[in-house]
Design a protein around this ligand. Structure first.
Ligand code: ZN
Length: 159
């Protein structure tokens, strides 16, 4: 059995808006992420962690910011791309651990829904998808609520 570990970090600024997307789940709030695509930090970090595990470089190589290709893009397409690259190499997801850093909005009640959706998309059991969220203790820009950060660590297996 071959194992590959991958990790990534993504961050987007927050501005006034009506909702944010986390793992494709719409969370109504007075903010939205500032992004060229739809600004879904979970999908971006997750997709890049898969590419990382396969040593395929960064997300920007495949989805350049400021290109017409990625303008207002649904970030599920980005995850789908990474999953296809993984499948081509006969790997599958073993488990993933996601850590969000955000001061606002409150997302705790949405976490079960995000895990359930990601488990389906990654083709794993729900207990193989961890989604955690914490604040930045009011330190730095994330702590001031100016953005959302997301770390993803993933284990890929090839049998
Ligand atoms: Zn991003």
């Amino acid at each position: 059995m071959k194992l590959r570990i991958g990790s990534s970090y993504d961050v987007h600024r927050l501005d006034k808006g009506e909702y944010i997307l986390l793992g494709g789940v719409k969370i109504p709030c007075e903010f939205s992420t500032v992004a060229h695509s739809d600004g879904d930090v979970i999908y971006h970090a997750l997709a890049e962690s898969i590419l990382g595990g396969l040593a395929l470089g960064d997300l920007g190589t495949y989805f350049p910011p400021n290109s017409t290709k990625t303008k207002d893009m649904n970030s599920f397409e980005i995850l789908s791309f990474a999953l296809k690259e993984m499948e081509k190499r006969n790997f599958k997801v073993n488990n993933v651990d996601i850590s969000l850093i955000l001061q606002r909005p409150k997302i705790k009640t949405y976490i079960p829904q995000i895990r359930k959706k990601l488990a389906k998309e990654l083709n794993v059991d729900e207990d193989c998808v961890s989604v955690k969220a914490g604040t930045n203790e009011k330190l730095d820009d994330l702590g001031k609520g100016l953005g959302i950060g997301c770390f993803a660590t993933i284990l890929l297996i090839q049998e």
